[in-house]
Design a protein around this ligand. Structure first.
Ligand code: WT7
Length: 660
């Protein structure tokens, strides 16, 4: 594993140097601090008695049976939280708000891409989830079965997730931008019995088919019994009688009454696939009580959320963990009123997000650095045309936010008055782990600041020893946390290997990120230290793209690196050797990019493909990506002494110079 230096982490050396000389701080205003959910005693209380602190947080939920033990870590690294407790996750996110007299409160202001909209109250949500739960039960699904959800951002996607939770079915949401092949492998791994999808989805103003990909995927997945299809775009679909069912036929006529059953705190809630360092995505498993506790706790404090007052908007897609924890589970557990938007940020114009903020008086806005940098590119005059005065808290997630983007966000979106919370976490952590507390923490542009109360995180060196202020190394989590992953679906060994073997002696969870403390002890994330890229906040493994490339008939070998990119954080750059030693011919780059889109999905398309005669390898045959990254980022090529053939880099560089 490469040491976390600037070059090996996600950002270039220069950007890192800038980060660490960043000295601006923005303390909370007195008015904000006065009304904030978070108070400065929170951290003290958490460290005085961590388990008592988490037990108190679990009190945010309604349990039908109390737990007898807060944490059982005796089978580490497999944790059990709130052992013996029982609850229904969907009841906690829906029914209890109706029961407490808030049925008329809007849960979801849904905004479709073509401009259609729906206001869904908590009472409506209860009816819709009840009907969907009755429908899924009528299809013969029972607790523990897996359901794949492959849908755009429409209310039925959220009803589907909650209906699964209500019945104890484990959902596996697959991002609707992924390919048929990606869907197929995820259905196969989880042995799902049902796929819920739509006829098509609106993308940049146009309907695009979606069910076709499901047809292709399920042709090869015998575990699938039914395909449930929501009509969204009125796109023609092929129909397999007996297998395919329309949502409006199966769900609409159901009773809205459905009595929720209680499930064990450790009952599997969902599987979500994410890229690792090998070609095969990992099915990250999350369970119920601990997950919902931490999702609700973090949503309450990190966003300073006030039920019944705030209008919250997280711009993520439910295909990613951010959509699970900060659109569905955290906000709904906390009785949020939120905006859910179906489409892209520039459809039909580049002010769409600000128009939505203005329309619904959004007060909390949570997005990703890549989008903030895109807004910067589009120009500050666009947000300036809208009334953004309702905003009071801004959030960022997915990758390190560069200080320039942070300052732009603060000024042009936040009107220099909103605290910005940079939130570090992962699919595996289930919920936010490192972030400032608005109202308490003085924020620095570009820093996630420090672990939340109740969370143990630190930066350690190669041998697992904590580094001091000003020091850098690996980010580890040294205490179990309620929303931690409970494993990788069907692969215990890979779970231990991936996260717990690097610092096995100390029992630390290794996150895969490099990090530094500045001279005040604030944490600065430096990007991944493994072969995982971060493109627009999406995790993609180099090996996954390499396998897609070599599956093309014309490719003999491929090496992929993440090169720093001003908008997307990292861009995918591929070096390929063509079969028979062919050099460039025809539109090979386009052909290969399209092939990767078909194998994985458009998000994995390489930004650039370079045809090369050789790849730099060590004597043991390992590709030295560090050198290729130098080429991709137009830097002087670094130390080549460990290469089996030290002339290879000259060959690559001269070939490229000739070619371009
Ligand atoms: C990886 C996790 C958590 C939801 C979105 C991504 C990077 C995430 C930050 C941040 C620096 C960040 C890390 C992490 N990351 N948030 N605020 N600052 N880096 O979830 O796909 O599981 O990716 O995203 O590298 O390991 P994910």
């Amino acid at each position: 594993m490469a040491p976390p230096s600037g070059n090996d982490a996600g950002q270039s050396g220069n950007a890192l140097d800038n980060l660490l000389t960043e000295s601006r701080t923005f303390p909370p205003s007195a008015e904000f601090a006065e009304q904030a959910n978070a108070t400065s005693d929170l951290a003290e209380r958490a460290s005085a008695d961590r388990e008592a602190f988490w037990a108190e947080q679990a009190g945010r939920l309604s349990w039908t049976s109390d737990w007898d033990q807060v944490l059982d870590w005796s089978a580490a690294p497999f944790a059990k939280w709130f052992v013996g407790g029982k609850l229904n996750v969907a009841y906690n996110c829906v029914d209890r708000h109706v029961d407490s007299g808030h049925g008329d409160q809007v849960a979801i202001h849904w905004e479709g891409e073509p401009g259609d909209s729906r206001a869904i109250t908590y009472a409506d949500l209860k009816d819709e989830v009840g009907k969907a739960a009755n429908a899924l039960a009528s299809l013969g699904l029972t607790a523990g079965d897996r359901v794949a959800i492959y849908m755009p951002m429409i209310p039925e996607a959220i009803y589907s997730m909650l209906a699964c939770a209500r019945l104890g079915l484990t959902h596996s949401v697959v991002f609707a931008g992924f390919s048929a092949e990606a869907l197929r492998s995820r259905i196969e791994d989880a042995e799902a019995k049902l796929v819920i999808t739509t006829d098509g989805q609106f993308r940049r103003g146009k309907p695009a088919p979606l069910k076709t990909a499901v047809d292709e995927a399920v042709a090869q997945t015998p575990t699938i019994q039914n395909v449930l299809v929501v009509k969204r775009t009125d796109t023609d679909v092929e129909w397999t009688e007996g297998r395919d069912l329309w949502w409006h036929d199966v769900v609409d006529g159901q009773s809205t009454e459905h009595t929720p059953e209680s499930f064990d705190s450790e009952h599997p809630l969902f599987i979500l696939y994410t890229s690792g360092t090998t070609g095969k995505p990992k099915g990250i498993l999350h369970t119920s009580g601990g997950y919902l506790t931490q999702a609700a706790y973090t949503h309450h404090y990190v966003f300073d959320h006030k039920a019944g007052e705030d209008v919250y908007w997280c711009t993520a897609d439910i295909g990613w963990v951010t959509g699970h924890s900060y659109i569905v589970y955290g906000p709904l557990a906390n009785r949020a009123t939120q905006v859910v938007y179906e489409g892209t940020p520039n459809t039909p114009h580049e002010g769409r997000h600000w128009e939505i903020v203005q329309k619904y008086k959004v007060s909390i806005y949570y997005t990703a650095p890549t989008l903030i940098r895109t807004f910067m590119k589009w120009g500050a005059d666009i947000p300036a045309k809208y009334d953004l005065s309702s905003l009071r808290v801004l959030g960022s997630v997915g990758e390190p936010i560069n200080p320039e983007a942070w300052m732009w966000y603060r000024e042009h979106v936040g009107g220099n008055r909103c605290p910005i919370v940079d939130t570090w976490w992962q699919t595996e952590t289930g919920a936010i782990m490192i972030a400032p507390l608005p109202g308490v923490t003085a924020c620095k542009p570009g820093s996630a600041m420090g672990p939340l109360p109740g969370i143990g995180a630190k930066v350690v060196d190669e041998s697992g020893v904590a580094v001091g202020k000003g020091g850098g190394g690996y980010l580890v989590l040294d205490q179990p946390w309620p929303s931690m992953l409970r494993g990788i679906w069907g692969d215990e060994e890979r779970f231990r290997d991936t996260y717990w073997s690097r610092f096995a002696e100390q029992g630390f969870y290794f996150a895969g990120d490099g990090a530094k403390y500045d001279s005040d002890g604030a944490v600065w994330l430096l990007g991944r230290v493994d072969d995982v890229m971060n493109v627009s906040g999406h995790r993609i493994s180099t090996t996954e793209v390499e396998s897609a490339l070599v599956s093309h008939a014309k490719v003999a070998e491929a090496a992929v690196v993440g090169a720093s990119d001003p908008t997307t954080g990292q861009g995918i750059v591929a070096f390929v050797i063509l079969r028979g030693g062919a050099t460039e011919g025809g539109d090979i780059a386009k052909e290969l990019r399209d092939h990767v889109a078909k194998e994985i999905g458009p998000i994995a398309k390489p930004r650039q493909i370079m045809v090369v005669p050789e790849l730099p390898k060590t004597r043991s045959g390992k590709i030295m990506r560090r050198l290729l990254r130098d080429v991709a980022e137009n830097r002087q090529v670094g130390d080549v002494t460990t290469l089996a053939d030290s002339t290879v880099m000259d060959l690559i560089s001269s070939g490229l110079n000739r070619g371009s």
